[in-house]
Design a protein around this ligand. Structure first.
Ligand code: PLP
Length: 405
């Protein structure tokens, strides 16, 4: 029997033995220069490094980074993985690896906003056209162009967590001769497996749940074998590498990925169900909730949910969302998510969407539910509703909390 991925996360990427015994974790190997025994050996190693992973120079990676690459490859069930200095860099290099001037990429309306800006700015300036399809993918076929070479997917999407039918999208893209790249940051490899669902390339911001402690930036790209050479070539050409200290931190975070995600899921579901009972809330965006438009696809394709959810306020006062967030004591106000702590931000849905019309809908708040006690978080959110008015103070009385089992 093949061990579960949770077992692998605890056992993979160990150090090799040194005299006296074997440490559990790999050493942090800092290196630019790597020495060879002879000119002939150096020549021979360099002749093979285009296709094999060899420790020949720091810019191609180091043993600490290789251990992390292997853990990510196992998690994503792909062929090989490269590391990038941030999730955005991983997305940008993916676009550059598979697109040439004159070609076209289709991006989902729910794409992480800096990727939208990259496509509209840098890619356009370099002759690569980009356009957008609906977050649920229903209009993909109609939006394909003769020059479409890449279909980019993000499921669930940023901010409103729309689901799409990745196997169906991959089928349409492949029949058209286009590759499929998926942003798997939400799924973090455990909750969603794009490569098994038809994608050729899966990328993640390891900055989020893989590292899990809000103290390191990193991106990963894992591909199927056929898509690998183009990705490796662009990473080598741009001299992209990460610090072994950062690789070590991400690997260390991944040891507890399963345990952290289960806790994030439990608390986020409790908050999501509670928000649905609040009179101040117009809509909760979380595909794990029954009744969510993406719930059936989430049930089919995902293996759980994480700490993310958004909700729209009924309030029309233009500063309601801002006053709500400012009143929270336990939710930090800051970018990113996936760490151990709770965060709240305003989601500017009108700026983040071009295919879907968000005008006329309420202000949206995006929460990341951290590892704090969920009753404390609910009491804090109840205070927020009290500040914006219209709601009864729930305090610590959590009678409205539903059983999420
Ligand atoms: C945060 C995020 C990224 C970018 O990751 P960074 O490491 O912050 O650059 C990419 N995609 C998604 C969906 C994200 O949430």
């Amino acid at each position: 029997m093949k061990p579960s991925i949770l077992t692998h996360l605890a056992h993979a990427g160990r150090a090799s033995a040194v005299d006296g015994g074997q440490p559990v974790n790999p050493p942090v190997v800092r290196a630019s220069t790597v020495l060879f025994d002879s000119v002939a050996q150096m020549r021979e190693m360099r002749s093979r490094r285009g296709s094999e992973r060899l420790f020949t120079y720091g810019a191609r990676g180091n043993p600490t980074a290789f251990a992390l690459e292997d853990m990510v490859t196992e998690l994503e069930a792909g062929y090989r993985t490269r590391l990038f200095p941030s999730g955005l860099a991983a997305a940008a290099m993916t676009l550059l690896a598979y697109l040439r001037p004159g070609q076209h990429v289709l991006l989902p309306d729910c794409v992480y906003e800096p990727v939208r800006k990259l496509a509209e700015g840098f890619l356009a300036q370099h002759g690569i056209a980009a356009s957008f399809y609906a977050a649920d993918g229903h209009d993909l076929q109609a939006r394909l162009r003769r020059e479409t070479r890449l279909v980019y997917v993000e499921a669930p999407g940023s901010l409103a967590y729309e689901m799409c039918d990745l196997p169906a999208i991959a089928d349409i893209a492949h029949r058209h001769g286009a590759l499929v790249a998926a942003d798997n940051t939400w799924g973090s490899g455990l909750l969603y497996q794009p490569l098994a669902l038809g994608a050729d390339i899966s990328l993640m911001a390891a900055t989020k749940y893989l590292s899990g402690h809000s103290d390191v930036m990193m991106g990963t790209v894992c591909t199927l074998e056929a898509a690998w050479p183009a990705l490796a070539a662009v990473a080598d050409a741009f001299g992209i590498s990460v610090s072994p200290d950062d690789a070590y931190l991400v690997q260390r975070g991944m040891r507890s990925l399963g345990a952290r995600l289960s806790q994030h899921e439990r608390s986020a579901l409790a908050v999501a169900h509670w928000l649905r009972t609040r009179p101040e809330v117009a809509e909760v965006f979380c595909p794990a909730l029954p009744g969510d438009p993406g719930h059936a696809l989430w049930q089919r394709d995902c293996h759980g949910t994480n700490g993310l959810l958004s909700f729209a306020l009924r309030a029309v006062a233009p500063d309601a969302a801002e006053r709500f967030i400012d009143s929270l004591a336990l939710f930090g106000i800051g970018a990113s998510w996936g760490g151990f702590e709770s965060l709240a931000v305003i989601a500017d849905m009108r700026g983040a969407r071009s295919v879907t019309d968000w005008s006329g809908r309420g202000q949206v708040i995006r929460l990341h539910i951290g590892l704090e006690d969920v009753d404390d978080l609910l009491a804090d959110l109840a205070r927020g509703f009290e500040v914006i008015g219209g709601g009864r103070v729930a305090g610590r009385a959590l009678e409205a909390r539903l059983d999420t089992a």
